[in-house]
Write a protein that binds this ligand. Structure first.
Ligand code: HEC
Length: 107
């Protein structure tokens, strides 16, 4: 009986602690997106003078498209632009989510 009560208290505490973990802030998401960019995109794209030249400069790309566009484009560039010269990059759903916020912030 005593054990059950302790188990219950531990369980309730675990649920409370889990609920307290706040969602990532916009800045944290942007930072994650920047990390993905440095890993998978910077070889072809320049931001603020740093990066490769195979793709267009993305320094102000947030002015050109919205997040929904970035999401579709990163999921499959050919669905948005059938003649896209950008290859499809292998990305997780999380990486795409973080990248769309990061790209949207480039203004
Ligand atoms: C192998 C080189 C290469 C890689 C890697 C690459 N891109 Fe591209 N990207 C391109 C090229 C080339 C274009 C131009 C495509 C076109 O218009 O046909 C482009 C276009 C884009 C555009 C559209 C720009 C516009 O003005 O419409 C965005 C946004 C973009 N890339 C983001 C990314 C992101 C984010 C990554 C990393 C996940 C990435 N790219 C990885 C070569 C690349």
């Amino acid at each position: 009986m005593k054990k059950t009560v302790i188990m219950l208290v531990v369980l309730i505490l675990a649920v409370i602690i889990a609920g307290c973990q706040s969602a990532p802030t916009r800045d944290e998401i942007i930072n994650q997106g920047r990390n993905v960019f440095r890993d998978k995109c910077v070889s072809c794209h320049t931001i603020n003078g740093q990066g490769g030249k195979r793709g267009p400069d993305l320094t102000k790309i947030g002015l050109a498209h919205d997040q929904a566009w970035f999401k579709s484009y990163l999921e499959n560039p050919y669905s948005v632009k059938p003649d896209s010269r950008m290859p499809q990059v292998s990305l997780s759903a999380d990486e795409i989510g973080n990248l769309t916020v990061f790209l949207g912030s480039l203004k």
